[in-house]
Design a protein around this ligand. Structure first.
Ligand SMILES: [Zn+2]
Length: 562
């Protein structure tokens, strides 16, 4: 508790509460909002057309960091969420990518999969036929838990500090957007495309709370059936009014590249998927979160509670249409309305002055290369399948005296060498990895390829780019060579699903995100010094008087806490 704030608060309230003791200054609720793929420039790009109470409330009443970024290389969903949750780098929290290759089995692992904890709703598993999120398809079982997160989250620290009395909950369309934020001690709910409701796993509950069953029984998702995503405002008012139909936008069957985008009938197998690739996914998340706040009684007593909400629509819309599209623009304007409704509800239930709000993003995203090229800017799609690499591989195998396979797999962002090479001694491995990295670096689409052993041994130049790769390196999970494609170059074909835009690089457009703190006596100010997403959990812990999460390396953002 900060003496200065208590004094200010008492002075401010003295006339209203003349006969009462000093009011309790502890916040009742910490509300952590994460917007998936909200690049740092997107809220202010459309600022003059935002409504009241959403982004504008935060930007005008909060402490806004205008030069915030992730300081790890692989700007992907689980990596960014877990960094925001733990204040640790991926090297330490272990979430080095949405997927990685498990050495013991040779299989690809999905970050939060855990076969020990099945979904609480039978049959709500990922459907391999209709799932369009390629990383989601990688999971080998339907089970989910935070077991693979190697350190504590801010929310874990809150539970420990309060003797288990703090209520900690997290909600998202994406399982990884909720599980990461709930930490090990909280509860997570996510959207099931199989049944249109929110689900959880047996890690969290033996049976659903009554309010979850009641919310799911309303079948709110099906109310979008037969309807379509239309523009919120007259089309002529949009920045991208004249460029709705662009050839690089993804043309999902029935959904199309232009407004209006029909969601189809509620019994169509792709119906719930299309809800998530539009603002409807965020609207459903909001509805579920409001019921959660109400029925779980968040913020009702003096023990601070924690609610994390990760809004996923911005990510899916960004992938399909690019962040510079009419769809992305309308999605941001609609997200603004979702945020306004959320903040109004929290204000009614808890009071914004008793709530610590923090908003950030798990990553940003690049413009579609077609958009960039139309403005004479660089960019393009990478297809390693078409690379002429056989000759180089044969030569390397000859030079390095390798029998059998050289490369096991490429699983973004790492090349995994074959197990026979991984079992050699460290010096030999470094020689081989460096040779592979040197060959990869010859391709024009590759900016940098880094040997993991060279990183471990300190045999790399000390550049900021290499440091981001080092912060992403966990020896048990990372592959053998980290590949950074050139700015605005990325893979966009995922088993035949061809998307407009893919993030996952260390470049600024993927790393640059907003960080805004608001509510609970936090000052209205814009701060342009560079800060990092690892600072968020450290700052929350400091503000609440908790010890930092176990692996946190971020600094306290003193503009928030002083
Ligand atoms: Zn994404």
């Amino acid at each position: 508790m900060k003496m200065t704030r208590s004094i200010v608060f008492v002075a401010f309230c003295a006339c209203a509460l003349p006969l009462q003791a000093a009011p309790d200054d502890t916040p009742r609720l910490v509300l952590q909002i994460t917007v998936d793929q909200l690049r740092g420039d997107l809220p202010t790009r459309y600022y003059d057309r935002l409504g009241e109470g959403g982004f504008r409330y935060l930007w005008e009443n909060g402490t806004v960091y205008t030069d915030a970024r992730h300081n790890h290389a692989n700007c992907e969903t689980i990596v960014g969420h877990t960094t925001l949750a733990t204040g640790a780098t991926p090297a330490v929290h272990g979430m080095i990518g949405n997927v990685w290759l498990e050495r013991e089995t040779g299989e690809t692992v999905y970050n939060i999969e855990d076969a020990r904890y099945r979904l609480l709703t039978p049959g709500a598993d990922v459907d391999q036929e209709t799932e369009i999120d390629p990383t989601q398809k990688a999971a080998r079982s339907e089970g989910r838990s935070p077991a693979a997160i190697l350190v504590s989250t801010f929310s874990d620290e809150l539970v420990a500090h309060t003797g288990g009395r703090a209520k900690v909950l997290a909600v998202s369309v994406k399982d990884r957007g909720a599980v990461s934020m709930a930490g090990h001690a909280g509860k997570a709910f996510w959207f099931s495309k199989a049944n249109g409701g929110f689900v959880t796993s047996t890690y969290y509950y033996d049976q659903y709370p009554a309010w979850v069953d009641e919310w799911n029984d309303q079948e709110l998702a099906s109310q979008y059936g037969g309807r379509e995503w239309r523009l919120l405002h007259p089309q002529s008012s949009y920045l991208f009014a004249d460029t709705d139909d662009r050839p690089w936008e993804t043309d999902l069957a029935g959904f199309g590249r232009t407004f209006p985008h029909p969601w189809g009938d509620s019994d169509d197998p792709y119906f719930t998927t299309l809800l998530t690739t539009s603002p409807a996914g965020d609207e459903l998340t909001l509805s579920f979160a409001k019921t959660l706040i109400d029925r779980e009684g968040l913020g009702e007593d003096v023990v601070p509670d924690f609610l994390a909400i990760s809004f996923s629509s911005t990510d899916y819309v960004g992938h399909l249409f690019g962040p510079s599209s009419l769809e992305s623009e309308d999605n941001i304007l609609r997200l603004d309305r979702v945020l306004a409704e959320l903040l109004e509800f929290v204000d009614e239930k808890v009071g914004l002055e008793r709530t610590v709000i923090v908003l950030s993003a798990d990553h940003g995203g690049p413009d579609a290369p077609g958009y960039s090229n139309s403005l004479n800017l660089q960019g393009g799609y990478v297809d390693p399948e078409t690379w002429n690499k056989e000759a180089a591989i044969a030569r390397l195998k000859d030079e390095l005296e390798i029998d059998g396979e050289l490369i096991e797999k490429y699983e973004h962002p790492y090349v995994y060498l074959s197990p026979a090479i991984a079992s050699r001694d460290d010096a030999e491995r470094e020689t081989i990895e460096r040779a592979v990295a040197a060959e990869l670096s010859r391709f024009p689409e590759v900016s940098l390829a880094v040997s993991s052993r060279a990183l471990e041994h300190g045999n790399v130049p000390d550049t900021e780019l290499i440091r981001t790769v080092l912060r992403n390196f966990n020896p048990k999970r990372s592959g053998d060579v980290y590949v950074v494609f050139a700015p605005n170059w990325f893979i966009n074909d995922f088993d035949g699903l061809v998307v407009a835009s893919t993030h996952g690089s260390p470049w600024e457009y993927d790393a640059y995100v907003p960080i805004v703190f608001a509510g609970h006596g936090i000052a209205a100010q814009h701060v342009s010094r560079r800060v990092y997403t690892v600072d968020v959990a450290t700052t929350l812990a400091n503000h609440l008087g908790l010890k930092p999460p176990s692996g946190a390396s971020g600094e306290v953002l003193y503009e928030v806490t002083e």
